[in-house]
Design a protein around this ligand. Structure first.
Ligand code: SF4
Length: 398
């Protein structure tokens, strides 16, 4: 591992396997038919990272994120081999934030110890809700007790940085049940909490039965969001992004790279990269990915899209991603990076949202209020002309 960085980089690795499939999930992941795919995929990932070794030679990655799917659906042997391959192929910074996503029931104390010894120092566990009925409705494969055992195993294994995912907008969820989940979770003192708004995505089992789902209405969702923010703040978790809260010093450095438009390389089907001002992604097709890596000369197309990000698109990305953050965007940074005056380009529209109470301008910075964050998609699409900006959603990596 190396010390100071000339050019930093984030590394994302997608593991597209799950033990069960949740009814709302839109991520590229599935339950494999046999175990032999694990070895083939591990070998393909290792080969792919090796192929990028030269291109990333002058970069010093300081964040690694293994997500999915469920990385711990892979047997521990293969997961450790993947971690070792990351360390072998890239000159990781000394203080690399190294995260692995975990689903309760897929990781025990011994595996956490092995992960820590291999270099993992941050774990992200999906709880989603502490309410038994809500977990059942989400078709999650674990109970609250399973989660608690997993959390305590991670702490016992000396994983010092633990993030936990929660959701709001779950069928039949109430403001009270959400706050009770937050109350339960914060008593365990995780270091970081993500709170996502459940979206019913096309192609999921939830989408098919969407008319029968009893979802909280928009006013209730808004109350859930604002009261959750208040409660988390009272318990010592500062909101720093639309869906993310952290104790001091525990913000996700990896996700901050996405929002700050910094470079990252993604490996695996469906993974996005932003490297040398180019965004590219690999198709959500495991077989095409493996065959494309195994035989680069083959006609198998493992890539989905390659896009040069320049000029106006770069500026649009900076604004769109930066406004997700509580600190928002800096006018002087925009002038420095892109040589334009934000006020001249977008000032009139921004003024409108400031007057409505959805945005605040303080000194050099412009940011969304909690009310603005709740309708951020609407505000951003009005502020920016999306048709000019190209596709901007590296979904799998977020
Ligand atoms: S939500 Fe997570 S555990 Fe559930 S199917 Fe999707 S990736 Fe797998």
């Amino acid at each position: 591992m190396y010390g100071s960085a000339s050019k930093k980089l984030g590394i994302y690795i997608h593991i597209p396997f799950c033990r069960t499939k949740c009814a709302y999930c839109d991520f590229y992941s599935f339950i494999p038919k046999g175990e032999e795919i694990y070895e083939r995929y591990t070998n393909a990932l290792m080969k792919h990272m090796e192929a990028y070794r030269e291109a990333a030679r002058d970069r010093v990655p300081d964040t690694v994120y293994i997500g999915g799917g469920t990385p711990t659906a892979l047997p521990a042997e293969q997961l450790i081999r993947i971690i070792k391959a990351v360390k072998r192929n890239f000159k990781l910074s000394k203080n690399t934030e190294f995260t692995v996503e975990v689903n309760p029931k897929t990781c025990d104390y011994k595996t956490f110890v092995r992960l820590r010894r291999a270099g993992v120092n941050r774990i992200s566990i999906g709880l989603q809700s502490a309410d038994a009925g809500e977990l059942k409705s989400l078709t999650r494969s674990h109970s609250r007790a399973d989660f608690e055992e997993c959390f305590k195993d991670a702490r016992a294994a000396k994983i010092k940085n633990i993030s936990v995912d929660l959701m709001f907008g779950i069928p039949n969820q109430t403001v009270r049940s959400l706050l009770s989940s937050i109350d339960y979770l914060t008593r365990l003192h995780p270091d970081h909490i993500s709170l996502y708004d459940l979206k019913i995505e096309e192609g999921t089992p939830y989408f098919k039965i969407r008319d029968r789902l009893i979802l909280p209405d928009e006013d209730t969702e808004f109350e859930m969001y604002t009261r959750a923010i208040e409660m988390l703040e009272r318990r010592g978790y500062r909101q720093y992004e639309i869906s993310n809260f952290a104790r001091p010093g525990k913000m996700s450095r990896h996700n901050l790279k996405y929002w700050n438009c910094e470079e990252y390389l993604g490996f695996g089907p469906g993974a996005y990269s932003y490297f040398n001002s180019t965004r590219f992604s690999f198709a959500r097709n495991l077989e095409a990915y493996i065959r494309g890596v195994e035989d680069p000369q083959s006609r198998i197309n493992m890539s989905e899209g390659v896009e040069q990000i320049t000029g106006k698109a770069q500026l649009g990305e900076y604004i769109m991603l930066g406004l997700r953050l509580n600190d928002g965007i800096s006018m002087s940074e925009i002038a420095r990076r892109y040589g334009v005056d934000f006020g001249v380009l977008y000032g009139k529209k921004a003024e409108k949202y400031i007057n409505y109470g959805y945005m605040v301008k303080r000194g050099d910075r412009l940011f969304l209020t909690p009310q603005g964050m709740f309708i951020s998609n609407y505000i951003l699409s009005d502020l920016l002309s999306f048709e000019d900006l190209g596709a901007l959603s590296p979904a799998n990596n977020f």
